[in-house]
Design a protein around this ligand. Sequence first.
Ligand SMILES: Cc1cc2nc3c(=O)[nH]c(=O)nc-3n(C[C@H](O)[C@H](O)[C@H](O)COP(=O)(O)O)c2cc1C
Length: 311
Amino acid sequence: MKNDEIDTSTRLSTLVLKNPFMLASGIMDEDAGSMIRIAKNGAAAIITKSIGTKQREGYANPTIVEVDCGIINSMGLPNPGIEAYGEEIKLVKKKTSIPIIGSIFGRDEKEFCLLAKKMETYGADAVELNLSCPHAKGYGLEIGSNPEKVGNIVASVKSSISIPLLVKLSPNVTDIVEIAKTAEKNGADIITAVNSVKAMKIDIETGLPVLSNKIGGYSGRAIKPIGVRCVYEISKEVDIPVVGVGGILTAEDAIEYFMAGASAVQIGSAVYYRGVEVFKKLNNELKEWMKRHGYRKLLDIIGLAQKNRRG
Ligand SMILES: Cc1cc2nc3c(=O)[nH]c(=O)nc-3n(C[C@H](O)[C@H](O)[C@H](O)COP(=O)(O)O)c2cc1C
């Protein structure tokens, strides 16, 4: 079997992906130039930086710190605001052919609907609701940990756009499955799991938290088992596709997510560790692994751990 006979394409609702590796929100996706670079390096889709109604500076430095097995960030959702961001999306759409997914954050249904409609008007192929940022007051997790708010926001956004709707969830909740089922019931087309895990680092010489916002979100290798568990639990209970994210550095990491039930994955911190070429590398590594194990289609791996239950 040759590499080009191995099919790693996948589908998420009406989105067709040439391979299962998408760029996660917040990594090299605030301007058109870097998104075009990511597309040229083999990403199957791009999730934009989370965009709000108005420009935000984000928190003061330090906003990011490297720790064992990953990084903790507390950027504070810096972004140019939805009006200014239109040009970036239009430019990326002109220069690339992969799906561009507009990530948005807001305080309430009204803000989310306005942002989603703008993203659709700009030409985004789908919208991802960031209901999971662990460090921005009034946004993200504060909404995403409340099933009633999640249900209302998802239902309102769904009725105001006609492109697919992804809902990105946080692992920092007691029952992520309940939130995923609420999102599905209210019209989500795809679930993304997970955002970063609430964490902090203290400088023991000064006795102070390192990040200016004190608490941030942990990403990278350390959170992979958490993400895999969430995808496994969610996939068992919902009928819509699930996208895995968290700690994927190698194809083997991604394969765990596929076996847990993910139809595709997003790559975040690995872009810092392995460069923008990471998307091409991952797809080649995935094909090599599939060849060695006798799989022709990605579909044959998705959900394997759900089927192969012990006992
Ligand atoms: C610097 C940085 C900025 C991020 N910004 C966003 C964001 O704006 N919106 C969002 O939904 N997730 C954001 N994330 C979370 C990632 O999209 C991803 O869910 C998380 O990093 C876990 O994946 P990873 O371990 O592959 O990095 C950010 C992560 C990092 C490291």
